[in-house]
Design a protein around this ligand. Structure first.
Ligand code: ATP
Length: 378
């Protein structure tokens, strides 16, 4: 019953040209976005990009300067936060310290004057959902951080909101708990088919939670996509850098030919030569860039007497290793392009990595496939 009720409540959210100004400062500019019901959407971006402001306008904690906000089919611009039928979960769980866990979860239902029987059923179901029925009588300070977080979630969902908003909900937790809790959040959101909108500056968190990610910079949307689209085909240099430490090469488009579903584009990069990449609509003569993920490159020792025969031969450059850093599953190799001095990052799975094979100061050849190389318009 709870599952059905929560799924039925879930509504989509639409922003139509939403702008929010503080005095003359524009925090959010002309945001247009559709989040379908039942989606887990993360607003992702660096500090100050406007993601919290965007969330607060949806919740009704900020008035928009212009534009419209719709929850379901209802325009909510003039509806106060408390009447929007949304819930908000914060970084600090903000549980009432003197109330029991049960009373904390029950709080919103009492405010809404639900009959006692209904309250009892719902609180029971919510505590069961987060696996904490056995702590109902305790006070919040008798629970661990992770348990308090779960209770905050139970409380936020007890009112069966159309949308749950989460403002950096995991950032107060230590790394282990953070990973556990995000699995838990995703499980509950999926199981009950609810609409979740979360603010985070943590790329991995956004990737692991989201159906859709909204990448923001300077109050604007940079790209809206699924995690794998963002990772594999970033739409801008900012997204390419922010999502995956991609290597970016800037050059001039010298040729662009229709090929398979994407065009094959040739960039002339000063000092490096010709690089091939995939994309759309590249005007010949324009300055543009291409992006390659650091884990999709191949690295080989440079042997001056042997012609290079990489299996990925389309793109290659010589570079010198500056540093080798083992970070766990991944080994990061910092390099410098021999011809231009550009910094390049190469990543290998540590298990594939023969740490003795390559050393600092060594000259190597990096190569990568044209099919993994993403064209970025200027
Ligand atoms: P963070 O991750 O650091 O919270 P954010 O992306 O969530 O950043 P916002 O909190 O939305 O960013 O803030 C966006 C911009 O608007 C910032 O430059 C901030 O200083 C400014 N801002 C936010 N609230 C106000 C306010 N009440 N008055 C004036 N400026 C504000």
């Amino acid at each position: 019953a709870t599952q059905q009720a929560l799924a039925d409540a879930a509504a989509g959210v639409s922003l139509r040209s939403v702008t929010k100004k503080y005095g003359s400062f524009t925090a959010v500019e002309n945001l247009t976005l559709d989040i379908p019901a039942g989606n887990y959407c993360c607003l992702l971006g660096p500090s100050g990009c406007g993601k919290t402001t965007a969330l607060r306008t949806i919740a009704g904690h900020e008035e928009v300067t212009s534009g419209d906000i719709l929850i379901g089919d209802r325009r909510v611009n003039d509806i106060p936060a408390a009447k929007r039928n949304t819930s908000m979960m914060f970084q600090s769980y903000a549980l009432f310290p003197h109330k029991s866990i049960w009373e904390n979860v029950e709080f919103g239902l009492k405010m809404r004057k639900l009959p006692e029987q209904e309250r009892r059923t719902r609180v029971g179901e919510m505590l069961e959902m987060v696996g904490l029925s056995h702590v109902a009588e305790r006070k919040p300070n008798m629970l661990s951080g992770g348990q308090q977080q779960r209770i905050a979630l139970a409380r936020a969902l007890a009112t069966r909101p159309q949308v749950l908003m989460l403002d950096e909900p995991l950032s107060a937790l230590d790394e282990n708990l953070r990973v556990k809790m995000r699995t838990e959040l995703r499980r509950i959101q999926k199981q009950f088919g609810m609409t979740f909108i979360q603010v985070t500056h943590h790329v991995e968190e956004a990737f692991s939670l989201s159906d859709m990610v909204v990448v923001m910079t300077h109050g604007r949307i940079d790209q809206v996509a699924t995690p794998s689209e963002l990772f594999n085909t970033p739409a801008s240099q900012f997204v390419a850098k922010f999502m995956g430490d991609n290597n970016i090469f800037t050059g001039k488009v010298v040729n662009s030919v229709a090929d398979t579903s994407l065009d094959l584009i040739q960039l002339e990069v000063e000092g490096i030569g010709t690089l091939f990449c995939r994309g759309y609509a590249a005007p010949v003569g324009s300055i543009a860039a291409c992006s390659i993920r650091p884990d999709l490159m191949q690295i080989e020792p440079y042997l001056p007497t042997v012609p290079i025969q990489s299996s990925l031969a389309a793109n290659q450059i010589t570079a010198r290793i500056v540093a080798v850093e083992m970070t766990g599953f991944v080994t990061r190799v910092s390099l410098m392009a021999e011809a231009t001095g550009q910094e390049i990052l190469y990543k290998a799975r540590t298990t594939d990595w023969d740490a003795n094979a390559l050393t600092e100061g060594q000259l190597v050849v990096l190569s990568w496939s044209k099919d993994n190389c993403v064209f970025l318009a200027a």
